[in-house]
Design a protein around this ligand. Sequence first.
Ligand code: ATP
Length: 505
Amino acid sequence: MVSSVLSSAPRATDGAAAAFALKTEKVSRSFGPTRVLHDVSFSVPVGDSRALVGRNGAGKSTLVAIVTGMLSPSAGVVELAGLPAPALGDRAAWRERVACVYQRWTVIPTLTVAENLYLNSQPRNRLGLIGWNRLREQARATLAEWGLDVEPDLMASRLTVEQRQIVEIGRALLQGSRLLILDEPTAELERREVHRLFDRIRHLQQSGVTFIYISHHLEEIYEICRSVTVLRDGLLVADAPLGDMPKGALVQAMVGAAAGAARAAPVGRETVGPAALTVKDLAIGTLVQDVSFNLQPGECMGLAGLAGSGKEEIGEAIIGLRRYKGLIQTAQPGDRIGYVPRDRHERGILPQLSIAENLTVTVTDSFGRFGFISPRRQNDRASALVRSLGIVSASLKQPISELSGGNQQKGLMGRALASAPKVLVLVSPTQGVDIASKEALFGIVAKAQAEGAAVLIISDDLDELAVCDRVQVIFRGRLTRQFGRDRNDEDIVAAIEGLEEEQHG
Ligand SMILES: Nc1ncnc2c1ncn2[C@@H]1O[C@H](COP(=O)(O)OP(=O)(O)OP(=O)(O)O)[C@@H](O)[C@H]1O
């Protein structure tokens, strides 16, 4: 039961009295001359689960920043639970009304679970001191009600991704918030964890918690949300119950008149000639054992597996970021390998540099001699990539950190392609990328393939695996299954989860 935790938590207002958890009236926002939100008016009834969707750069994050008090609107009004939004600086008041659980964690690893749960809101005794026993007791009750089997005294650094997310949600509830915004909450979760998250959302909804759910995975939205708000180029273009909005209509609303590019079908390749990439008897510490495969020029292979299966470490070994035993070899010694890492914040973008510089940083040697870079040639190359990838930006000089998440991801893809590599290693390359841009990125992968690049897609996203000629599955560090073109998603999922392995003992 969740209700006792909910009722014991501090509350800003009596949520039952207000019909709407959130209401915006003509909210607009500009950055310099660029207007990114135009007169957005919408309302979310208490207890609703509202999907907020739109293509990369549509304005979702900006709207969320405004309704969580991180950013002021240039114009317009925000109401939370029937009351005007607090002053921008009054963080405590905002925290009591609304919380956003982002993909990037705010759980502090050096604190315990209990300390994290009560960050900023520790229960104090009559003398004003923090009552640690009470804190632990309450934390235990909260965790139990979430069905989370984790000790309040445990250091947060030891939690799994799923447990960290639950601590984030638990913290928001304990601070009084009854409106939770989940931003791509399933991006780092495995399939069974996603189902558990959905169960928790439904459970909390019954207790009057309202959810706004941001995701580029439309099938998730149909599973967990009741209604949808669609933004396109900063405008609200649709607002409806999902029952009235079949997927085709939803995509149409997101994309507008310009229909999405058709996906290139996987192309069959004869396995003749020298391999573009040979991996033989690869071992990485105790994590990966006996991994061997070849990639032919023009071939796209998927490498699928759970988090921790060793799949990403194989990619890192291929591009030279990890020590390994065994053989990793390109066709010719100097062949370039393009790489798109999964975590664009930690390993990918160079945030202070412009889009042009980010796109071309690996190929500056081709823009002039003796260390001199011709800005014109650099700009020409960058603007061609921006056009072909459909990156939305104010100018080539704009710092890449100002772009929306999905456009940053496209920038990384552009950088990997800029050097015309013989091998491309892409780790979850379309994570955070909207459905139409996803198709465009797949088109770009297919083009690189057609030009002879061998592509390795490391992922367990079924859309990403669907474009691969074949899929190898890795389970606990070993390749366990290979699927050709006549595969179905269920079999791949079963192999990723190791279900067959378990059945066979
Ligand atoms: N600080 C800023 N300065 C200039 N432009 C900005 C800034 N923040 C956002 N923008 C622009 O506002 C637009 C909307 O961005 P926003 O991050 O809200 O999109 P989004 O819908 O969340 O996209 P995604 O799905 O890719 O995360 C983008 O074109 C972005 O470049």
